[in-house]
Design a protein around this ligand. Structure first.
Ligand code: SF4
Length: 476
């Protein structure tokens, strides 16, 4: 069985340039199940378009992973796969939320909902049992008892089988097939930010899956409100593999929330220190909870090789934080930034404009809070009401969604995707632009930037970014 796992090219600004963990995990599961002919096609780094690749190489199965903004490209990939005679399977967060939307399209053969490592193996086994090659095998497949799958019956009606329960013991899930990534084509962990080697062999790693919090804007359809953690020993084994076998020069923890338990976070740092795995710099890519930190954790992180920590600050107004169910206080955030800086870590803050309960004054509070915290990097975002989130329902019921075109949901797009009667889009966009200007165009910041040794080398990319911040884009 020849299997291709695809992540479509996004073409979106600030698109990811680090490895796609979802594809890596699927490939890992397939390899362990005995399917050795697995290829990864990450559109972000491939040198040829998918159409050319598929014209040259034949596959039995093409699996496409898609978040919400890339669903159109995922359909295009499915159509190409089908044209070439392969079976087209879609999965990922958007498909978990909206399987029908894709199953209504003839180019999509199957949709996988939820965590897919077990499902993909069962699907490939079922296909393999059938005679013939490629799509010929589809006719005889029986999907009726397979959990987590949406399919079409003999009459062409879409059937959504029951959900597949989450894997309880995530240590049993095979590691991502790191060796299948063309690692030299990836950049450092976050091109929008800086501070680490832009040409690093950057790998990412998950120490836990999910998050039990329910912030109204957060989309985590696959893992829901669970948190399943690996033991520090298990994480350290994978870390060692990345350092010693894959020659990682940068590691990113990409958990939703890696420090949900303070004691475990400290234990992990201590284990890295004890194993001498402190030489490769690491960062927390998606930020960490400010309320589960203390001075000792930051000291241990620094000692364990951590370079930069990010925090989801979101708002500088307590009433807004409460309204979005963030369950953190402004003082938690202040203390976390103080502790991280005191330990010598670089800091990054994520701030959101246009949240429910926001007003001109509360967004002003957010900008002032960013200036007060003064992280090394501030990432200002406009709230995106992703389908399946409470924010989406708030916007749909009480306001006006500007678009159902999922391409508009790219997280760093600089336009409002919705407005509420109390929160006009123009106001949100103005405060968002203003935040960037006031944060990055202070004499202190400008001086810091021009005195950085790599500023001049990076000038072209800075110029491009600035153009986007100040010129903006047409509103849909
Ligand atoms: S934003 Fe962070 S803390 Fe909130 S639900 Fe999402 S992952 Fe959890």
């Amino acid at each position: 069985m020849r299997i291709l796992l695809v992540s479509p090219q996004s073409g979106l600004w600030n698109s990811r340039r680090h490895i796609h963990m979802g594809l890596g995990y699927l490939a890992g599961a397939l390899l362990r199940a005995g399917y050795q002919d697995v290829t990864l096609f990450d559109g972000e780094v491939e040198e040829e378009p998918l159409a050319e690749h598929l014209a040259r190489e034949r596959y039995d199965i093409v699996g496409v992973s898609s978040p919400t903004p890339l669903i159109y490209q995922a359909w295009e990939a499915a159509a190409l796969a089908k044209e070439q005679g392969a079976i087209a399977i879609l999965g990922g967060p958007h498909l978990t939320l909206m399987p029908d939307e894709s199953m209504q399209r003839a180019e999509v053969d199957l949709v996988v909902r939820g965590e897919a490592e077990e499902t993909i193996v069962e699907i490939v086994r079922e296909i393999e049992r059938q005679p013939g090659t490629g799509r010929e095998r589809l006719a005889g497949c029986d999907w009726s008892a397979m959990r987590g799958v949406s399919w079409r019956d003999a009459r062409g009606l879409v059937v959504h089988n029951s959900d597949r329960p989450l894997v309880h013991d995530i240590e049993g899930i095979p590691w991502p097939a790191y060796h299948l990534f063309k690692i030299e084509r990836y950049t450092n962990l976050n091109p929008l930010t800086d501070g680490l080697d832009p040409h690093a062999r950057a790998y990412t790693l998950l120490t836990s899956r999910g998050c039990p919090h329910q912030c109204v804007y957060c989309s985590k359809p696959i893992t829901g409100i669970t948190w399943r953690a690996r033991s520090p020993q298990d994480v350290v084994a994978e870390w060692r593999y990345l350092v010693q076998e894959m020659h990682a020069t940068e590691i990113g923890i990409t958990d939703d929330v890696w420090n949900l338990r303070l004691d475990r976070a400290k234990e992990l740092c201590r284990a890295l220190i004890a194993e001498g795995l402190t030489g490769v710099p690491w960062v927390t890519v998606h930020g960490m909870r400010a309320d589960q930190t203390d001075a000792e954790l930051f000291r241990l992180m620094k000692q364990a090789g951590c370079k930069r920590v990010g925090f989801g600050v979101e708002s500088g107004n307590q009433a807004v934080l409460d309204a979005i169910k963030k369950r953190q206080t402004l003082d938690d955030v202040r203390q976390a930034f103080r502790g991280a800086k005191a330990a010598g870590l670089q800091t990054m803050g994520f701030f959101i404009y246009g949240l429910p309960a926001d007003t001109e004054q509360t967004m002003e509070d957010t900008t002032r809070f960013a200036l007060e915290l003064d992280p090394d990097l501030a990432n200002f975002m406009i709230a995106a009401p992703y389908p399946g989130t409470e924010l989406y329902e708030i916007a749909r019921r009480g306001g006006r969604l500007f678009s159902q075109d999922w391409r508009d949901y790219a997280i760093h797009d600089e336009k409002a995707r919705y407005e509420l009667p109390t929160l006009p889009a123009e106001l949100v966009e103005r405060k968002w632009h203003e935040a960037y200007r006031r944060f990055y165009f202070r004499p202190k910041r400008i001086w810091k930037q021009v005195t950085r040794p790599d500023t001049w080398r990076r000038l072209p990319s800075y110029a491009k970014d600035l153009g986007r911040f100040f010129v903006g884009k047409r509103k849909a």
